[in-house]
Design a protein around this ligand. Structure first.
Ligand code: 6PG
Length: 468
């Protein structure tokens, strides 16, 4: 029997879909799952693709069925399960056999695993895979990290299964160690922010304008035809339009307002803090999810303080205002995300391919959008520059920022929450303020801690005349 070109461990939703995708693209694949019944069920459901799939009941069988040098993808839950799987698998493998962690790993764990693999002289890749179930099945966006030789060993498979944007595969090697998983974390931070800003605008329509879910659906559908064209705006229209069969109500209206999170957005914020990179829109989005989780306290707050007087005058905000505000907020968010990637690239010596990051996000992943193509162009011209200063986006900011200011001001005046959009506006105002108020901070620091300050009129470290 001829051997498989690749193996995969972990037939949960993502692993199963990725395996079918690999088989569909013409590669023979061996699969293994901890529970054998799942492997059998997966194989039985694989239809025509089963001819390229070898189901294995043991790790030994899996290893024996793959051609050398082997490549085995792990699609198991991030965290300890990955280390346990590596520990069980590595002794069965040869020195040139490659393990690929394709889960949503914290990049710091990937760094540790990559360092261990280096020490052991064996290859290891950590790849970020985005696109959910549908993406995994038909073409995800893939962000690879690890040794270039290891990427090259499987690059032909990863690019074949990835999403395609105008003939370009959305799969790229980002750099060494945990860089692929870092880029994926930033993707997810941006995902949180995109989703939150959409939710804020939805809140203005629902609570401020009394719009039904169906009306919100129309707005999203319209915006999805303009500069905001994106997967997240598209699905926001779809979820707003859906009806609950049981109650006959809009599905959106019966979904509890408590959002879950697996942690990748939080990691982005934590890493940004470590790096001193300002990403306030993403921070606000993560905080908003945390706030959503404490529903009973919010209900207590409403009973104590009363709900905000939210009703807006009919002509207070137009659909165009909301669309433009989302455009401005989105640019601020991505400017921050790419700034964070730049900061991380410098700190960890990754030499991240900035335009390539925008390119692999154009298709397949959750944050895919038309605007990412323009970002790829801007980053090609000036890879390290803040996106705000790319002429295309400077112009867009000039055009859309008045609407963001109007939307935020109106929302805040009426007690509507717009934390991520506000953070975008505040970032813009900070970024156009050559002379900030940090002179006051420096004076205070020097006063209570003799931390010294720089002067505007001469070099050196100085102290104020505060006395002892
Ligand atoms: C993707 C997504 C995915 C993520 C989910 C849920 O790129 O396909 O980012 O990897 O796991 O979106 O994330 P949260 O549970 O943190 O919202």
């Amino acid at each position: 029997m001829s051997k498989s070109e690749i193996g995969l461990i972990g037939l949960g939703t993502m692993g199963a879909m990725l395996s079918l995708n690999i088989a569909e693209k013409g590669f023979a694949i061996s699969v293994f799952n901890r529970t054998t019944s799942r492997t059998k069920e997966f194989f039985d459901d694989a239809g025509d693709l089963a001819q390229r799939i070898t189901p294995c009941d043991t790790l030994e069988d899996l290893v024996a069925s793959i051609a050398e040098p082997r490549a085995i993808i792990l699609m198991v839950p991030a965290g300890d399960a990955v280390d346990q799987q590596i520990a069980a698998l590595r002794p069965l493998l040869g020195k040139d056999d490659l393990i690929i962690d394709a889960g949503n790993a914290n990049f710091r764990n990937t760094e540790t695993r990559a360092a261990q693999a280096e020490a052991d002289g064996v290859p290891f890749l950590g790849i970020g895979v985005s696109g959910g179930e549908e993406g995994a099945r038909h073409g995800p966006s893939i962000m690879g990290g690890g040794r270039k030789e290891a990427w090259d060993q499987v690059g032909h498979i990863l690019t074949a299964i990835a999403a395609d944007y105008d003939g370009t595969a959305c799969a790229t090697w980002m750099g060494q160690g945990g860089s692929g998983h870092f880029v994926k974390a930033v993707h997810n931070g941006i995902e949180y922010a995109d989703m939150q800003m959409i939710a804020e605008v939805y809140g203005i329509m629902r609570d401020g304008q009394g719009a039904t879910a169906a009306t919100c659906a129309q707005a999203f559908e319209t915006w999805n035809k303009g500069p905001l064209q994106s997967y997240l705006v598209e699905i926001s229209g779809k979820v707003s339009a859906a009806t609950d069969e049981e109650s006959g109500n809009a599905v959106l209206d019966i979904i509890l307002d408590r959002a879950g999170q697996k942690g990748t957005g939080r990691w982005t914020v934590i890493e940004a803090q470590h790096l001193g990179a300002p990403i306030p829109v993403i921070e606000a989005a993560v905080a908003a999810r945390n706030l959503s989780a404490i529903k009973s306290e919010r209900e207590r707050g409403e009973a104590t303080f009363g709900a905000a007087p939210v009703v807006l005058a009919d002509d207070a905000l137009s659909s165009d205002d909301l669309e433009q505000a989302l455009i401005a907020g989105k640019i601020m968010c991505y400017a921050q995300g790419f700034h964070l990637l730049n900061a991380a690239g410098t700190e960890f010596n990754w030499d991240l391919p900035m335009p390539e990051i925008a390119r692999v996000w154009r298709e397949g992943c959750i944050i895919r959008s038309t605007m990412l193509n323009d970002m790829a162009d801007a980053l090609t011209a000036a890879p390290q520059d803040n996106l705000m200063f790319a002429p295309f986006f400077s112009k867009m900011i000039e055009d859309s920022m008045p609407a963001l200011r109007k939307v935020v001001a109106t929302a805040i005046t009426h007690g509507l929450q717009v934390p991520a959009l506000s953070a975008g506006l505040a970032y813009y105002d900070a970024m156009r303020t050559g002379r900030s108020t940090a002179n006051m901070i420096q004076a205070q620091r020097d006063f209570f801690g003799a931390h010294s300050f720089e002067r505007t009129d001469k070099e050196g470290a100085h102290h104020g005349p505060w006395g002892s």
